[in-house]
Design a binder for this molecule. Structure first.
Ligand SMILES: NC(=O)c1ccc[n+]([C@@H]2O[C@H](COP(=O)([O-])OP(=O)(O)OC[C@H]3O[C@@H](n4cnc5c(N)ncnc54)[C@H](OP(=O)(O)O)[C@@H]3O)[C@@H](O)[C@H]2O)c1
Length: 304
């Protein structure tokens, strides 16, 4: 398989996309362009070519993608089904690799997912099935998907339901707090994407699993208390009650997702949150390194 050098990213301005853009730009060998909707109001870095297309038109997408080697998609949940047209246009103009906007759990753990959360994956599963079919039908076309578990540093800083409020020094600990979870640093997802493009043969048609570390809520709390040199206020939450509350909210029509998502991630004995053991991970294939919890927490606390 020849080298990948021309790369298009869609979803570039998103929570994740902006980090992937940063990683792509740090490898000058990869010539990167951003593809966005004709009517997108997103803002993008000044030093990257921006191409606009009508995502409902295969011809418009073909014009945008002609000459490209690969596409990385980091679209948010409302843009997931748009990827079908992008894939079809990509295949039609000879793009060779597509990385879909997965970046969650690995399908091997699907049967452990709570049914309410599994139902939120329907569109992503359709996209994966479409990709696999296109790769089977077109010899020069392949895909790579990347399972990452939790966005670890991002979740601690930006996702209060993950359990840690740095400003108020309050923790929300689910069940015993000892359920193992793996997480990935958001910069390392960018590295995994770059590593995929630099190693196209070994990553073809694979659902990779990457991780930066494995820990528990209790270990995170103990490390935060050590580094901030004070005891945090701890709220204990039963995931049995949380799951029940989430299901009731869902029946009434909304506001349930965080209750059920946190049950899925943290419930004692759920076994749903380890994407891979260190030995089973694909870190080596794409150049992702494991990190120490204390180093990560020290960095997060220092950022303030
Ligand atoms: N594992 C985890 O902990 C975790 C956490 C968060 C997200 N994720 C996953 O990471 C991926 C990216 O999520 P994100 O939170 O970064 O996404 P996001 O910020 O919500 O959106 C990313 C981009 O999607 C495009 N987009 C948004 N709304 C759209 C619409 N209605 N139609 C078409 N495109 C639209 C926009 O692209 P333009 O830039 O072109 O305007 C936007 O910048 C998703 O697969 C998500 O499930 C995983």
């Amino acid at each position: 398989m020849s080298e990948i050098t021309k790369v298009t990213i869609i979803g570039a301005s998103g929570h994740l996309g902006q980090y992937i853009v940063k990683a792509l730009l740090s490898y000058p060998k990869l010539a990167t362009q951003i593809l966005t909707h004709t009517d997108s109001n997103s803002t993008f870095p000044a030093n990257v070519p921006i191409i606009r297309a009508d995502f409902s038109s295969i011809d418009s997408l073909k014009s945008a993608l002609r000459g490209q080697d690969a596409i990385i998609s980091a679209v948010g949940i409302r843009g997931v089904s748009d990827q079908i047209n992008v894939i079809d246009a990509a295949v039609a103009v000879g793009v060779r690799r597509f990385i879909p906007s997965e970046f969650g759990n690995h399908p091997a753990s699907d049967d452990k997912r709570l049914p309410e959360m599994r139902a939120t994956q329907t569109e992503k599963i359709k996209v994966m099935n479409h990709l696999k079919k296109k790769a089977e039908e077109n010899e020069g076309f392949s895909w790579t998907a990347i399972a990452v578990g939790n966005f670890f540093d991002w979740s601690i800083k930006r996702f209060p339901a993950f359990g840690f409020n740095l400003a108020s020094k309050e923790a929300r600990i689910y069940d015993s707090g000892s359920e193992p979870i793996t997480g990935v640093l958001i910069d390392s997802i960018g590295q995994a994407v770059v590593g995929t493009f630099l190693n196209p043969r070994a990553t073809a048609n694979k659902f990779l699993r990457i991780r930066s570390l494995q820990t528990t809520q209790n270990e995170i709390l103990a490390t935060l208390e050590k580094i901030t040199e004070c005891k945090w206020t701890v709220e204990r939450v039963s995931t049995e009650e949380l799951y029940q509350a989430g299901k009731e909210k869902k029946e009434k029509g909304g506001g349930w997702i965080l209750d059920i998502l946190c049950t899925q991630i943290f419930a004692d004995g759920g076994g749903r949150s380890v994407v891979a053991t260190r030995e089973d991970s694909d870190n080596g294939l794409v150049g992702v390194e494991e990190v120490e919890l204390e180093d990560v927490i020290r960095g997060i606390v220092a950022e303030g």
